[in-house]
Design a protein around this ligand. Structure first.
Ligand code: ATP
Ligand code: MG
Length: 343
């Protein structure tokens, strides 16, 4: 399932637990997906659905005091890196896996100049760069991400950069060594709306210049529709639907995806009401039995399969998967308007 012949990243059955004072939260549950070279994969799902925990697991960035991968594998270019040493993972992150988080300050060091951080990133992996060449590369990188007066800004500290400029610098760091995979977790959420589109454009330029694949996590389905080739929809730690974006968004095969899409204001209509999915996502501590979405699902309508058996991802079309016992009813149900009201 979700295989491709030569993916840059293959995640199989990833399950990650977080220990909390109230009990163990299984934050990622049997998550499987692949990322092809050069493609953009969007990950969507309500808050708490396990998007961040999944990518932190892949990157080896889980806080080891309380979170760990309990089963599953992560393979990068065919090599199992699930239990790689911290050193190896750190090296991979600096070179092959570039990361952009919501808050650039999780990655930028506040007491080191932007220029020093960039040249350090460049030289850490390519010793054959001289100091002068590394500096030139740093300027090139800053120019690529649209930082004006790049040379002049090398000596500035992160706090001298605006939010948008910090995020540009962070993207420059992430692509410094031409990674094969870029992972951006809500890269624009903390920014002014006016700057968000610019940063997404910078991310696309960065991806193009480095030929990297991109995993893009955002709550903005419009951005996913525009930027992603494929999409994963997550709910309560599981992937509930995946496929090519245009197919999934035009003809969703899981009731949760139907709900997510109908909670969007319709761009082509004057009716800008938001229709949220009724109810709230479960807390990680008490996930419903069977299909975790069943208490909120109008299509389930109390059917026992939904509350008793966990639906597995099944192929529902070419390279399309959905985890719903009644996936073959979804289109008819949606066309009847049921997806708009949720009751
Ligand atoms: N540090 C933590 N301590 C306790 N629980 C956590 C921690 N981080 C995540 N969780 C729990 O793990 C589950 C998955 O969280 P995760 O952060 O991956 O969600 P998300 O999909 O990224 O949400 P958001 O859209 O809000 O970023 C949630 O139940 C969350 O409460
Ligand atoms: Mg998150």
């Amino acid at each position: 399932m979700s295989q491709s012949p030569d993916p840059v990243l293959q995640v199989t059955g990833l399950t990650t637990d977080i220990a909390t004072p109230y009990g163990v939260i299984r934050a990622a549950r049997d998550v499987s997906f692949h990322l092809d070279r050069g493609e953009t994969l969007g990950i969507v799902g309500e808050s708490g659905s396990g998007k961040t925990i999944s990518v932190l697991s892949i990157l080896g960035l889980l806080p080891s005091r309380y979170a760990r991968i309990t089963s599953g594998t992560v393979a990068f270019k065919g090599e199992d890196i699930t239990n790689a040493s911290r050193r190896k993972l750190r090296k991979l992150r600096g070179k092959e896996l570039g990361v952009v988080f919501q808050d650039p300050m999780t990655s930028l060091n506040p007491v080191v100049t932007i220029g020093a951080q960039l040249t350090e990133a460049v030289r850490a992996h390519t010793r054959d760069f001289s100091a002068v060449e590394a500096k030139e590369r740093a300027v090139d990188l800053l120019e690529m991400v649209g930082v004006p007066d790049a040379t002049g800004r090398l000596d500035q500290f992160p706090h001298e950069f605006s939010g948008g400029m910090k995020q540009r610098a962070m993207i420059a760091m992430a692509i410094a060594n031409r990674p094969s995979v870029l992972i951006a977790d809500e890269p624009t959420t903390a920014l002014d709306v006016t700057i968000q589109a610019q940063i997404l454009e910078v991310l696309q330029v960065a991806q193009r210049e480095t030929d990297s694949a991109l995993i893009l996590i955002t709550h903005d389905l419009g951005v996913i529709a525009e930027m992603a080739d494929r999409v994963l929809v997550m709910y309560a730690g599981r992937v509930v639907e995946s496929g090519r974006v245009n197919e999934v968004f035009h003809n969703p095969k899981h009731p949760y995806t139907v709900g997510l899409l109908s909670s969007l204001p319709k761009l082509d209509s004057d009716d800008k009401r938001l229709i949220p999915i009724s109810g709230t996502p479960p807390s990680g501590l008490s996930v419903p039995t069977g299909c975790a979405f069943h208490p909120r699902c109008a299509l389930s309508n109390g059917r026992s399969e939904c509350s008793e058996d966990i639906p597995q991802l099944e192929e529902v079309g070419a390279s399309r998967f959905a985890a719903c016992h009644f996936t073959d009813e979804v289109t008819t149900w949606r066309n009847a308007g049921a997806g708009d009201g949720h009751d």
